[in-house]
Design a binder for this molecule. Structure first.
Ligand SMILES: [Zn+2]
Ligand SMILES: [Zn+2]
Length: 362
């Protein structure tokens, strides 16, 4: 299996708004520290969509320099089997050809202050699979894992639709861990897309006093209920702030985890959270959030926590997806071939009621 073809199918981003399906793109070269996998599948993330739509946080504008480095292959939620290993990579880890693996989306530099102190997910140069030509992503038949990749083994028996949730659920776990949920807490998780659902099913394991899911889409709320939410509320139909206040003797929820990406969800959370409560921000926003910050200090003395990526989360997530404690049923709601990438990206927007949409190979 070590003789790979010279070329492969790949979706390549050449520039803002210029994504092309290539049928004979070069297969990545395997350096002595590298591992090459044959891709089984790759989930489409909101970040991939925002990038494809040309968001300034990726492509830059008059204020910001571009972060992406085209031409690059998108995708960071992928899994595959090892087809080639460099001599040093083979010696340095216990992997064999044919092993099924996945990696954290960040490729740490291994040398900055954060990497050296074990906080690799905040690595200063911050290379991520799928946005720069130095670390091409999973929307291609083959992907190169460089030396510093944070690799985890995926059980052979795990169905692909579950394996594709390892990365998003890893991010969900980290956000919920940041919230430090106790058994007496009333926890509100705003947003029940793939990430929010991952948060619900993991937060369920923490057994809070009440676990509440908010979303504007009823089919998502139904799923949240199946995944362990005690109560679901659609803020488009009900006065959700009043409802939470009524149910907590007017105090508000103890913990609010924001996972929608909509500024209104931040405003709503700051209104419904109790004094001295804990607010966890996970989302990436398409526009600035405007809010009176006095509520954070003067009025409520809140703990405001950020959450980014999935540090040290993969082993737990893989084990608990495998044993069924983390629910995954129907979250990967549609899969497409790479040739159908435009349709796949369209469905991944969620406008047809999908959760996670993925590209699969073969
Ligand atoms: Zn993602
Ligand atoms: Zn680093």
């Amino acid at each position: 299996m070590s003789d790979l073809p010279d070329t492969m199918k790949a979706l390549v981003a050449y520039g803002n708004g210029d994504y092309r399906l290539e049928t004979s793109y070069p297969v990545p070269a395997c350096g002595e520290d590298d591992i090459i996998i044959k891709t089984e599948g790759c989930g489409i993330c909101a970040g991939d969509l925002k990038c494809q739509h040309g968001a300034a946080m990726f492509w830059g504008d008059e204020k910001e320099a571009p972060w992406v480095k085209p031409p690059f292959i998108p995708g960071h939620e992928f899994v595959g089997r090892i087809v080639k290993m460099g001599a040093k990579a083979a010696a340095a880890n216990g992997f064999s050809i044919g092993d099924r693996i996945t990696a954290d989306q960040i490729v740490p530099c291994g040398e900055c202050r954060f990497c050296k102190s074990g906080r690799y997910w905040m690595c200063q140069p911050h290379s991520i699979f799928g946005f720069q030509n130095t670390n091409n992503g999973g929307m291609a038949e083959y992907v190169r894992y460089p030396k510093t990749s944070v690799i985890s083994r995926v059980p052979d028996t795990m169905p692909l639709d579950q394996a594709l949730l390892i990365e998003p659920y890893g991010c969900s776990k980290h956000a919920v861990d940041r919230a430090q949920i106790g058994n007496e807490d009333v926890v509100v998780i705003s947003g029940a897309g793939t990430l929010g659902l991952g948060m619900i099913t993991y937060a369920r394991m923490k057994n809070p006093a009440k676990l509440i899911s908010l979303d504007m889409a009823d089919n998502r709320l139904e799923k949240a209920k199946k995944f362990g939410a005690d109560l679901t509320i659609n803020p488009g139909k009900e006065d959700v702030v009043q409802k939470i206040l009524d149910m907590t003797d007017g105090y508000g929820c103890d913990i609010y985890i924001e996972a929608t990406g909509h500024p209104s969800s931040v405003v709503q959370g700051l209104k419904m959270i109790r004094k001295l409560g804990r607010f966890v921000e996970f989302s990436v926003f398409g526009e600035p959030v405007t809010v009176d910050w006095s509520i954070i200090g003067d009025r409520k003395e809140l703990d405001l926590m950020g959450s980014h990526l999935s540090p040290y989360c993969y082993p737990f997530v893989i084990e608990n997806i495998s044993n069924g404690k983390l629910k995954t049923d129907g979250v990967v709601s549609k899969t497409f071939s790479l040739e159908e990438w435009e349709t796949a990206f369209d469905y991944a927007s969620g406008k047809y009621g999908d959760f996670k949409v993925a590209i699969t190979f073969e």
